[in-house]
Design a protein around this ligand. Sequence first.
Ligand code: URA
Length: 225
Amino acid sequence: MLSRDDIIEELGIGPVWRLRQTTPAAPTDTPQPTPHAPFTTWDQLADAVSHCTRCKLHTTRTQGVLGVGDRNADWLFIGEAPGADEDRLGEPFVGQAGKLLDAMLAAIDLVRGNNVYIANVLKSRPPGNRNPEPDEVAACRPYLLTQIELIQPKLIVALGRFAAQSLLETDEAIGRLRGRVHRFQNVPLVVTYHPAYLLRNLPDKARAWEDLCLARRTMQSLATP
Ligand code: URA
């Protein structure tokens, strides 16, 4: 079990910062389509994802990766797509980026699987970890919408440019999307950097820490209106 100081060191965000109790920014309303998820149970959803042939990725993936965690979670973290490790093991964020994501969670007193659910925009791995293509995102969207309807999270954290842009249906840069509270299907959504990006861009870990603090403050404000 990592101590708080170990986590802070792992995140590379020393000196140790303390969470402040401040009022979060007011959510900015981004119009979103009405949900129309075609599945009504987790079993239906899991079965559909594991047998999915809605896009070409089914020809190259090992398995569909639905998501992992607490199906009644308040927190929903959404990444881009499974990588090689996730494709092999069937769970999101299990490689190096996953280790950093776990440290990011721990920095705000969260643990994978405990009031936290982790999913990706795409449920199948793009070959060679190439960027997801628009038809693949569209084909996978009903799965993500169903997950959100089933989980009913209080807050979504979009991990990285791709998740943020595709959820918010914008091409605005991540630097402009972070730092404020958006909405997806009427659920507050905070944007932060992707853990894989942070592994290569250490200075932005401090910004990610700010984003996590914003997410935490937003959640606290929801719990105590
Ligand atoms: N990157 C992602 O976006 N998702 C994963 O599950 C792993 C790496």
